[in-house]
Design a protein around this ligand. Structure first.
Ligand code: MN
Length: 131
């Protein structure tokens, strides 16, 4: 099975690489954008199975990008996971209230990432091993 596509929207290169490596190891195909504006273009064109969305981005932020994805019928059904260093409980509530399907705190836990992706994609196959 050719892996499902997951879009990574993240301006930090190291985090992008970590996400890419873990997802590739799990058999997923990755698409990447450093900015929300480009991420929205890719989402509309490629219809990924899932989006991992950094909140703090140059230009448009992740919350605004989520609203745009939800406003477009073509991208509305795509699950979107917030990826953010905002570990403050209040901000976490705000993120989930904004309509994200899940919240992945930074520093990123490889195991939590793999579990979150698997849960949202509703897969039953064996989870990827920790690299
Ligand atoms: Mn960022």
């Amino acid at each position: 099975m050719a892996g499902e596509a997951i879009l990574i929207v993240e301006d930090n290169e190291r985090n992008r690489k970590l996400l890419r490596d873990v997802l590739a190891y799990g058999g997923y195909r990755t698409l990447e954008a450093e900015r929300a504006e480009h991420g929205l273009e890719i989402a509309r064109r490629e219809r990924p199975a899932l989006v991992l969305m950094d909140i703090q981005l140059p230009g448009m932020d992740g919350l605004t990008a989520l609203r745009q994805l939800r406003a477009d019928p073509a991208t509305r059904p795509i699950p979107v996971v917030a990826v953010t260093a905002s570990a403050m409980p209040q901000q976490r509530e705000e993120i989930l209230a904004a309509g994200f399907d899940a919240y992945l705190p930074k520093p990123i836990s490889i195991q939590v990432l793999a579990e979150t992706v698997r849960r949202l994609l509703g897969e039953r196959r064996r989870p990827p091993e920790t690299p």
